[in-house]
Design a protein around this ligand. Structure first.
Ligand code: IDP
Ligand code: MG
Length: 136
């Protein structure tokens, strides 16, 4: 059964003109684009999006970075989309991510890791609603 997930291309990918390359990889792995939205987050919006991390020491730096350039928000669809996207992304730190993953190939460091993907059905619901309220 097809499943939806939420994905976001982060500002460091726009900075280096590698957004198209990342989208190519996502498509090549069988994900279909269901919705897309290009926008520039305010720091307050980034803080809301990452509210679950509000007590972490990296929260402020993360939210500042996420509002320093554009992002591409997407709803993707395929079988097992949530787990498969997380696998294709690789773990948070690009240095620790497996070879062949998007973060290993394109990420700069643990903050500037090029891509976000929802980690559970609950996150998918929350994150799609956050960016696509009333659209899908
Ligand atoms: P995830 O994106 O792999 O799910 P999370 O732990 O949910 O990782 O963290 C959200 C985002 O916060 C990461 O993708 C990364 O951009 C940033 N981040 C996570 N841990 C650190 C850290 O230790 N230092 C700086 N930034 C971090
Ligand atoms: Mg996470």
């Amino acid at each position: 059964m097809k499943e939806k997930t939420f994905c976001l291309i982060k500002p460091d990918a726009f900075e280096r003109n590698i957004v198209g390359k990342i989208l190519d990889i996502i498509e090549a792995h069988g994900f279909q684009f269901v919705a897309m939205r290009f926008l520039h987050l305010s720091e307050t919006e980034a803080e809301q999006f990452y509210i679950i991390h509000k007590d972490k020491d990296f929260y402020h730096g993360l939210c500042k970075y996420m509002s320093e350039g554009p992002v591409l928000c997407m709803v993707l669809e395929k079988e097992n989309a949530i787990a498969d996207l997380r696998k294709l992304m690789g773990v948070t730190d690009p240095d620790k991510a497996e070879k062949g993953t998007i973060r290993n190939e394109f990420g700069i460091d643990i903050r500037h890791n090029s891509i976000h993907g929802s980690d559970s059905p609950e996150s998918v619901k929350r994150e799609i609603t956050f960016f696509f309220k009333g659209v899908i």
